[in-house]
Write a protein that binds this ligand. Structure first.
Ligand code: DC
Length: 224
């Protein structure tokens, strides 16, 4: 028997990261923030001056990169070849580059087995875009979290300010729309709900209400 997986997919700012973290903590399960992997590849590529059109070079980075996730008091810290990049990978420039990197087949292939390697007992909560469709198609529960672009831009704006990073709300909305378009239209693992995913729109729901809905699903499936 392989360990249980809960897949939480959705666009940036839909609240999936916060939800996945809360569920992993509550269940005592491992957490995979797959977006942080794509962000780390984008950051490393910029640092190493590998072009965003150099698919083979980017796939090499994805294969070799020393990415570590360490649970800490303020959430999970991300280290890239020993360097703490937890805040750096959240910058808007990295978000835009991560979306470009994520559209490349060779990069996605290089990260696939890495992501599957996170699966362990007693279970894994995995958040991303294709957790339920491609990486863990046999997940015991698949949730697809939606929210309007305006609401997502407002949430991202608040997140960035709380982290001491700047960004204009209008600029964030434009960026979100562009990335949405790229993530949904791409040929490789586009952002779409799995056929057996439960779709939840969080535009008008607080994160607590979303967590409560998902917790009911977890209990109903005997995963808690
Ligand atoms: O979830 P996030 O905003 O941290 O993701 C950053 C980028 O990586 C985003 O453009 C989508 C992409 N991504 C992906 O294509 N597949 C995943 N499983 C996770 C993220």
């Amino acid at each position: 028997m392989t360990a249980a997986v809960i897949a939480i997919d959705g666009p940036s700012g839909s609240g999936k990261g916060t939800l996945a973290e809360a569920l992993a903590r509550r269940l005592g399960w491992r957490l995979l923030d797959s977006g942080a992997l794509y962000r780390s590849v984008a950051l490393a590529a910029a640092q190493r001056k590998v072009g965003f059109d150099d698919e083979a070079g980017l796939a090499d980075i994805a294969r070799q990169l020393g990415i570590e996730f360490r649970p800490g008091d303020a959430g999970i810290a991300v280290r890239l070849d020993g360097q703490d990049v937890t805040l750096q990978i959240r910058a808007e420039s990295v978000s835009a580059n991560a979306s470009r990197v994520a559209a490349l087949w060779a990069v996605r292939k290089a990260l696939l087995e890495r992501q599957r390697g996170f699966r362990c007992e007693p279970g894994l909560v995995a958040d991303g875009r294709d957790m339920g469709t491609v990486v863990f198609p046999d997940a015991q529960l698949k949730v697809f979290l939606e929210a309007s672009p305006e609401e997502r831009a407002a949430r991202r704006h608040k997140q960035l300010i709380d982290k001491g990073l700047g960004g204009s709300l209008r600029g964030l909305l434009v960026g979100i729309r562009e990335r949405d378009e790229r993530d949904r239209q791409r040929v490789e693992s586009p952002l779409v709900p799995a056929q057996d995913a439960v779709v939840i729109d969080s535009t008008a729901l607080g994160i607590d209400a979303v967590e409560q809905r998902v917790w009911q699903l977890i209990e109903a499936r005997g995963l808690s």
